[in-house]
Structures are given as structure tokens and as C-alpha cells.
Design a protein around this ligand. Structure first.
Ligand code: IPE
Ligand code: IPE
Ligand code: MG
Length: 241
């Protein structure tokens, strides 16, 4: 596939770990562990394919409502995966950034998150965003509060506010919007992921459960993306001109 057909920014809802485990009569946490392996492979494959920005939804602001035991197993798994992987990511030119309200996590996890961001802050081969305790509504609300503050401080007037001003206050500030959105696990919904940022993304839903989402499944998504004509409101003729 030629480079121009590879999406610059890919955003993924990594869904289906629980069902993967259930099919095998394993506890849901076994599915999450297997999901981490798929995540590692997809990060590597995305970088190799020429993706520049990869945003992965790992834990939503609504996922706190799961059974306590699953939430704490997920927190342990984040901590361990981050500790194990950060050196490898750093050596491979990956810049890590966490999107979401990370202050809600334990002090230890919060510190690990900050350290991982700092350790990789000079890298620029692949910008890897992990959305944790993230919600699209939260993101827009926080950005709105910042805009209101700027107005109150006299730095911005209400009549001058443009959509790019809000862009620049979101967790994804300075990044281009996602070109391709992928959701594994068969569900066709956004589940409060990047609501503002996905305004013009191409949507791709697949049945594969996240632990089964291999680089060849990713390639299928890229192939589908390559067939899409992105019109951004214009006509087909205008685009083909
Ligand atoms: C996605 O898999 C991982 C997280 C939300 C943390 P799920 O755990 O939602 O898996 P299913 O949807 O129950 O199969
Ligand atoms: C979305 O998956 C969140 C993540 C993958 C992190 P969910 O499994 O939580 O979504 P719903 O509840 O089925 O919409
Ligand atoms: Mg799910």
C-alpha cells in the first residue's frame, strides 16, 4: 500500500477482551492480559506502516462502574504494562501521552504515567496517545471551561471564539484530527470516545475481538480506508478535479 493511503492519525476503541475470555471460560482479566499483547503488536505495526499518531482507548470514564475487582485488576495491569514497556517504547522513538483525567488514579500510577511521558518526550517517530479515564464529554467540558476562563481573564472575546480555539484546549491539542477510527468487538458506537475530534474520521467497525486484532486485521482496516473518498462537505466532482 502506498504511503499516502496510510492514515496519519488512527484512533482505536480496543473492545472485546471480556468476550474473548468468556469464550474460553477464562476470567475477564485473562482477556485484558491478552489484550495487552495485541496492543503491543498493533503499536509496532502502526509505526512500521507509517502511522504518525495512534490513539488507543484503554479505560473510559464510565469503566469505573465495572465490578471493583475488574477495575483494580485493570489498574494493576496498566501499572505493570507501563513499567515493562516504557523503555522499549522510548528506544523505538515512541512519544507517549495520556489523555484523560489521570489525577484520579493512585499516586503511584499517576507518577508512573508522568515519568513515562517525560522519558519519551523527545521522541517523534510515533505519537502514541493512551486514553485512560477519558470521556469525550469530559474533554469538551474541560476545554469549554478553559475558554470561559480565557474570556474572564480578558484574553479572548466571546465573539472571536473559533472552533480551532476549542481544538487547542482539548486533550489532543497540537495533534491533527483522527483520519481513521477503528472499533473492534462488533459494537457500532462511539462510547464517549473522541466526540469532537472524530467529526470527519472514516469509521471502521470489525467483529474481531481485541485480543484477536492482529496486524493483518489492521491492514484490512487500512485497505478499507484507502477505498474511501473523503469529501469534507464538497462534491465528488470537486474532489476528483
Ligand atoms: C475492552 O474490552 C477493555 C476495556 C474496556 C478496559 P471489554 O472489557 O469491554 O470487553 P467486552 O466488551 O466485555 O468483551
Ligand atoms: C469502550 O468500551 C471503552 C474502552 C474500550 C476502553 P466499553 O466496553 O466500555 O463500551 P460499552 O460500554 O460497550 O459502550
Ligand atoms: Mg466492551
Amino acid at each position: 500500500m502506498s504511503d499516502e493511503n496510510i492514515p496519519n492519525h488512527v484512533a482505536i476503541i480496543m473492545d472485546g477482551n471480556g468476550r474473548w475470555a468468556k469464550q474460553r471460560k477464562l476470567p475477564r482479566t485473562a482477556g485484558h492480559r491478552e489484550g495487552v499483547k495485541a496492543t503491543q503488536e498493533i503499536i509496532k505495526a502502526s509505526g512500521e506502516a507509517g502511522v504518525k499518531y495512534l490513539t488507543l482507548f484503554a479505560f473510559s470514564s464510565e469503566n469505573w462502574n465495572r465490578p471493583k475487582s475488574e477495575v483494580s485488576a485493570l489498574m494493576d495491569l496498566f501499572m505493570r504494562s507501563l513499567k515493562n514497556e516504557v523503555n522499549n517504547l522510548a528506544e523505538n522513538g515512541v512519544r507517549l501521552k495520556f489523555l484523560g483525567d489521570t489525577k484520579a488514579f493512585s499516586k503511584k500510577l499517576f507518577q508512573q504515567i508522568q515519568m513515562s511521558e517525560e522519558m519519551t518526550s523527545d521522541n517523534d517517530k510515533l505519537y502514541l496517545n493512551i486514553a485512560v479515564n477519558y470521556g469525550g464529554k469530559w474533554d469538551i467540558l474541560e476545554a469549554t471551561k478553559k475558554l470561559i476562563q480565557a474570556v474572564q481573564d480578558g484574553k479572548l472575546s466571546v465573539s472571536d471564539i473559533k472552533d480551532t480555539d476549542l481544538d487547542n484546549k482539548l486533550a489532543t491539542q497540537d495533534m491533527p484530527a483522527p483520519d481513521l477510527f477503528i472499533r473492534t468487538g462488533g459494537e457500532q458506537r462511539l462510547s464517549n470516545f473522541l466526540l469532537w475530534q472524530l467529526a470527519y474520521a472514516e469509521l471502521y467497525f470489525c467483529e474481531a475481538l481485541w485480543p484477536d486484532f492482529s496486524p493483518s486485521e489492521l491492514n484490512k482496516a487500512f485497505k478499507s480506508f484507502a477505498t474511501r473518498q473523503r469529501r469534507f462537505g464538497k462534491t465528488q466532482e470537486q474532489i476528483e478535479e
